[in-house]
Design a protein around this ligand. Structure first.
Ligand SMILES: [Zn+2]
Length: 211
């Protein structure tokens, strides 16, 4: 069975990251269900997996609701509903694909991480808030952070094909988040975080690349 690719507007995105309720208070459309730095409701995720290198809980980068019509995802991916985007910001494990699978209602398990090398840096806090997505300025400043949803990733270094650890098929690119001081995201030294999904296996993987 061939899984259809993620077909979304392959445009750069402007991401608004605000304390919960602020976007709504500003009258800027309906409240967004996407979150930065937190899972919206404890019932959505029983427990955050621990990094196999540091033994600390993975950093919750974002929580995305893939059935949000604003994202324009194809039905196979929209059917995944809410998914966590995790990474180990203080461990080399996230410099290789780090994958987890939904194993039940609100339950996730890591799959075969390969590199176990904690960094000396302090753990990085991810600022909490609501995420909202808009099409980005078509003429951004040259040094503007590059966030992207769907389409093709803009790799920082070498191009990668991320294989699903469950079915070995190539995973679909979902999201790219850049180091962004305004949003409080720092992925290594001016790096970026890439997220991939396999709809068939309900597997999500992330990878951090640094220049
Ligand atoms: Zn798979």
């Amino acid at each position: 069975m061939r899984v259809e690719p993620v077909t979304v507007r392959s445009l750069p995105l402007e991401i608004f990251h605000q304390p919960a309720g602020l976007l709504e208070a500003l009258g800027d459309g309906p409240p967004s269900r996407h979150r930065a730095g937190e899972i919206p409701d404890a019932s959505r995720c029983q427990s955050v997996p621990r990094c196999p290198g540091t033994r600390r809980k993975l950093h919750t980068i974002a929580w995305l609701e893939l059935d949000d019509p604003e994202l324009g995802l194809s039905p196979a991916y929209a059917a995944l509903g809410g998914i966590p985007i995790w990474a180990a910001l203080d461990c080399a494990v996230s410099r290789q694909p780090l994958a987890w699978q939904r194993t039940g209602i609100a339950a996730y398990a890591l799959i075969q991480p390969s590199t176990l090398e904690p960094f000396d840096d302090d753990p990085t806090e991810v600022a909490r808030g609501v995420l909202a997505f808009r099409d980005a300025d078509p003429f951004p400043a040259p040094d503007a952070p590059l966030h992207r949803l769907g389409g093709e990733p803009v790799w920082v270094t070498e191009e990668r094909i991320i294989a699903c650890p469950a079915c070995r098929e190539a995973m679909s690119f979902l999201l790219q988040l850049d180091t962004d001081e305004d949003l409080g995201w720092r992925f290594g030294d001016q790096g970026a975080l890439f997220a991939f999904v396999c709809a068939r296996c309900t597997v999500v993987a992330t990878l951090i690349q640094e220049p």
